[in-house]
Design a protein around this ligand. Structure first.
Ligand code: NAD
Ligand code: ZN
Length: 355
C-alpha cells in the first residue's frame, strides 16, 4: 500500500481506490459503514467502491440532492436521523463520497454524531481532491452565510482517485484548476512542466496523478505546519478576499460564476494590488496568462465595485476592521496586506484591461 502523506495520524492516499480502500479497511475494525453521497456521485462514482465496502461490513447508503443550497442544518438533521435509523454506533465509519458539499457536511455530521465517529473523505471533484477534502475543515452554511458553523476534525483517511474526474462536467473540472494553480503559485512551481500540462490539457487528459500529488502536497505541508490557521495557512486564502466577494456578487445574477472562476479574478486583482505595494508575486504574469486561458471571465462594471467593497468589509478574514489579503512573495513565504477601496478600484481597472 502506498504510504500516503500524513496530517497528524490521517493519511492522504493518491491512486486507485479499488486497490487502496480494501487494504486500508483491513487494517481497521469498523462495525458498520454509512455512505453519504448526492444523486450524481451515487450514480456515477459509488460503483468504484461499493464492492470493497460491502465485503467488509454492513453498509447503509444515504443519498441527498446535490448543491450548495443543501449544505445546511436541515440536511444535517436528515443525515443524523438516517444515522440513527441505521443504528450507527461509535465504531461505525462514515464515508463521504462527493464534492466539497458532501465532504464538508458529512465531516461535520460525523464529528458531531455521538461526539464523533470516524469518517473518510472520497472527493470526486477536482476542487475537493486538491482542496476541500484536505485539512480537516468541516461545516455548513447558516442563515445565508457560508461555512459559519463547523469544526476542524481530521478525517481517518482521504482517498484521491482521478478516475472520478472522467464524469465531472467540464466547468466543474475547470473550477478546481484555480486551486491547483494557487498551490503552484504558493510553492513557486508555476513554471513547472506539470502546471503547463494542466493548462494545455485537451481531451486525452494530463497526468492527473502527478498533478494531484504535487498540488495535494502543497496543501498538506502547509496544514501540517499550521493546522489552526494562525500563520502560513493563511496563504491558502490567496485570491479569496476579492474572489469570495466576486462569487457572492455574481451568485444571484443570470451569470453566476463557479468558485474557481471567482478566485481566478481574485488572484489577478490581489496580485496586482501586491505589486502596487512593491510586493512581487513570483510569476504573476504567467499566473494571469494561465487563468485567462482556462476561464472565460466577465468584465466587472463600475457599479459592481461598490458591492464588492461592502462584501469585503464583512469578510471573516479581516482583523481590526481592515480588509486583508495574503500573497506569496517567495515560495511558501507570505505577506499580509491591509488594502483600501482605491486599491480595489485600481485592481479592477487593471483586470478589465486584460479581459
Ligand atoms: N473544507 C474546506 O477546506 C473547503 C475548501 C474549499 C471549498 N470547500 C467547500 O466545497 C464546496 C464546493 O465543492 P465542489 O466544487 O466540489 O462542489 P459540489 O460538492 O457541489 O459538487 C459540484 C457538482 O458536481 C457534482 N459531482 C461531484 N462529483 C462528480 C463526478 N465525479 N461526476 C459528475 N458529477 C459530480 C455534484 O453532484 C455537484 O452537482 C463549497 O461548499 C465550499 O465551501 C471547502
Ligand atoms: Zn477556494
Amino acid at each position: 500500500m502506498s504510504a500516503g502523506i500524513y496530517i497528524d495520524n490521517s493519511p492522504v492516499f493518491t491512486g486507485h481506490i479499488s486497490e487502496l480502500l480494501p487494504v486500508w479497511l483491513r487494517s481497521k475494525d469498523f462495525s458498520s459503514i454509512f455512505v453519504l453521497s448526492d444523486n450524481n456521485t451515487n450514480r456515477l462514482c459509488y460503483s468504484y467502491l461499493q464492492k470493497s465496502l460491502e465485503e467488509y461490513a454492513p453498509v447503509h447508503a444515504f443519498v441527498i440532492e446535490p448543491g450548495e443550497h443543501r449544505k445546511n442544518l436541515e440536511t444535517c438533521s436528515l443525515i443524523w436521523s438516517e444515522m440513527k435509523n441505521a443504528g450507527l454506533d461509535r465504531k461505525s465509519l462514515i464515508v463521504n463520497l462527493g464534492g466539497g458539499v458532501i465532504g464538508d457536511m458529512g465531516g461535520f455530521c460525523a464529528a458531531a454524531w455521538k461526539r464523533g465517529v470516524e469518517f473518510i473523505q472520497i472527493p470526486t471533484t477536482l476542487l475537493a481532491m486538491t482542496d476541500a477534502a484536505i485539512g480537516g475543515k468541516t461545516g455548513i452554511d447558516f442563515d445565508g452565510i457560508k461555512n459559519t458553523i463547523g469544526v476542524i476534525k481530521q478525517p481517518a483517511a482521504v482517498f484521491i482517485d482521478p478516475v472520478f474526474l472522467k464524469t465531472l462536467p467540464d466547468r466543474e473540472l475547470r473550477s478546481g484548476m484555480a486551486e491547483v494553480l494557487k498551490h503552484a503559485a504558493i510553492s513557486g512551481e508555476l513554471s513547472s512542466g506539470w502546471v503547463d500540462a494542466l493548462v494545455q490539457f485537451e481531451s486525452s487528459g494530463p497526468d492527473w496523478i502527478e498533478i494531484l500529488t504535487r498540488s495535494v502536497s502543497v496543501k498538506t505541508d502547509i496544514v501540517r505546519e499550521d493546522p489552526d490557521e494562525k500563520g502560513i495557512r493563511m496563504l491558502l486564502n490567496m485570491g479569496h478576499t476579492i474572489g469570495h466577494a466576486i462569487e457572492s456578487t455574481f451568485l444571484n445574477t443570470s451569470q453566476p460564476l463557479t468558485h474557481g472562476e471567482a478566485i481566478a479574478v481574485g488572484m489577478i486583482c490581489e496580485s496586482h494590488i501586491a505589486q502596487s505595494h512593491n510586493i512581487a508575486v513570483p510569476d504573476m504574469d504567467l499566473l494571469s496568462r494561465y487563468l485567462l486561458k482556462i476561464y472565460d471571465l466577465p468584465r466587472i462594471t463600475d457599479g459592481t465595485t461598490e458591492k464588492l467593497w461592502a462584501l469585503m468589509l464583512q469578510d471573516k478574514k479581516n482583523a481590526s476592521g481592515n480588509v486583508r489579503i495574503t500573497l506569496p512573495d517567495a515560495p511558501r513565504s507570505m505577506q499580509i496586506l491591509n488594502i483600501s477601496r482605491s486599491d480595489l478600484d485600481d485592481s479592477i481597472a487593471y483586470y478589465n484591461s486584460l479581459i
